[in-house]
Design a protein around this ligand. Structure first.
Ligand SMILES: Nc1nc2c(c(=O)[nH]1)N[C@H]1C(S)=C(S)[C@@H](COP(=O)(O)O)O[C@H]1N2
Ligand SMILES: [Mo]
Length: 250
């Protein structure tokens, strides 16, 4: 039988009201206590520790589920915007001489290569036209070209390095830096990029060489690569140190 208002006496009605109000107050108190507890927790890399633990747990789940064969959506060339937004200039200081630039590839301690842009341009060239997403909330379809990181790995014999978990990249002045898991680095749309819309990269968008990695948010697409190195431990990461997620996967 379905209960109707008639089935409840005024005394019962009162008791239920008082009870549900008490539960509501208890809930508010718990929220307040929880919030106070959270605020008192120590921070780790700019994030309150319990929240950092949640981010790290999410990272482990998404890293283990990552499918390197799954491609980000791509678009025909005419969908790419002609004027690409510029965002972030850390590590892009003006005291930079592009003519003497070499990519510093640290294969292992004491085993470093210095690679010119011409050498990189001799490797197979790939276009990537995808929806570039920034954590600030904007996105735009943009057109980039360069060498697949997986082709770069083949050419420079970096299999042992790829067996480690991370690649670290830094600007030449070390002012901006990111750490990237190697499964994402080897995804076929990850490129060391030297062209935007079919022309050389503008200086403020990373000339001579930047990273394009469609499986990650914009923060990880480091502009003006100076150094590439490899490690099993997390390389330092600019926005991670400021409280953001380390993984930043899409
Ligand atoms: N060197 C350097 N690279 C960087 C940044 C930066 O501040 N410095 N910002 C990142 C962020 S947050 C975004 S969204 C993209 C923006 O790339 P764009 O300027 O080509 O649009 O670059 C990334 N790479
Ligand atoms: Mo961003």
């Amino acid at each position: 039988m379905i209960a109707t208002e008639k089935d409840i006496t005024p005394a019962q009605w009162k008791r239920r009201s008082v009870l549900s109000f008490a539960v509501f107050i208890l809930f508010l108190l718990l929220c307040f206590a929880g919030w106070n507890w959270l605020k008192k927790q120590p921070t780790e890399a700019g994030a309150i520790k319990p929240l950092r633990t949640v981010l790290n747990t999410n990272e482990n789940i998404f890293y283990s589920l990552f499918n390197p064969g799954r491609l980000a959506q791509t678009y025909p060339k005419q969908f790419a915007v002609p004027r690409v937004r510029v965002n972030g200039d850390a590590g892009l200081g003006t005291d930079f001489d592009a003519s003497t630039w070499r990519l510093k590839l640290i294969k292992a301690p004491g085993d470093t290569l210095f690679i010119s842009l011409d050498e990189i341009k001799k490797l197979p060239k790939t276009d990537v036209i995808f929806d570039f997403k920034c954590i600030e909330g904007w996105s735009q379809v943009t057109h980039w070209s360069g060498v697949k990181f997986s082709d770069f790995v083949k050419h420079y014999g970096l299999d042992a390095q790829m067996a480690l978990r991370f690649t670290g990249m830094e600007t030449p002045d070390g002012e901006y830096y990111v750490g990237l898991d190697n499964k994402s680095m080897l995804q076929p749309q990850t490129i060391l990029c030297y062209e935007m819309n079919g022309a050389a990269l503008p200086l403020n968008q990373g000339f001579p060489l930047r990273l394009i990695i469609p499986v990650k948010y914009g923060v990880k697409h480091l502009k003006r690569i100076g150094t590439i190195a490899f490690s099993d431990d997390r390389p330092r990461d600019y926005w991670y140190e400021r409280g953001y997620d380390y993984y930043c996967g899409l």
